[in-house]
Design a protein around this ligand. Sequence first.
Ligand code: FES
Length: 210
Amino acid sequence: MARLDSANLARARETIALYPHPRSALVPLCHIAQEQDGWLTPEAVEHIAELLGLTPAEVEGTASFYDMLHTEPVGRYLVGICTNIACLLAGGYELLEHAEDSLGTPVGGTTPDGTVTLEEVECIAYCDRAPCAIVNYRFFGPLTGADFDRLIADARAGRLAEDVPAHGTLNRVRRDGGLRVPADEVATQRAASDQARSERAAARPAGGAA
Ligand code: FES
């Protein structure tokens, strides 16, 4: 359980500098913390709050809104089985039941070895490969029960390392150019935006709108 380590703290500070307002970096910082520990630890939530000038409750409130952010520990592999219409018609619920039996854990649970967390998910836009599943947000389908078992065995044996990154990794290649804006330009825009906000506030009639 950790605050951001020095490398991730540097990434966090670079990320904050990209936005006119520090709090705009909240979700990206949550992803950095999740990539580090696999989930958002309470210590990381506190650290993010400190960096952004927010309260831990504000960070937690935002993080708990998004399905892709986890405020409780999850397995090394986050496995989601789709049961929306195309997958339902193609056996999505049967696949989900098979997964529960095969993994020995209900939906929402994690295998005793901490390897796999099982989820039921909405359409993942892979309908032409129904019934399908995601493993750490990488797509697999169509899957029979036997295919699913093979997939999990491959994941556990490390044979999916090329295709499936560790949980929490959104991208394996980091942007180091392109949209980057010089820090002084960000500072100028931030100051202009703060001033415009003050002017709007000053121009507002006292006592609120009629
Ligand atoms: S309904 Fe399952 S991927 Fe679209």
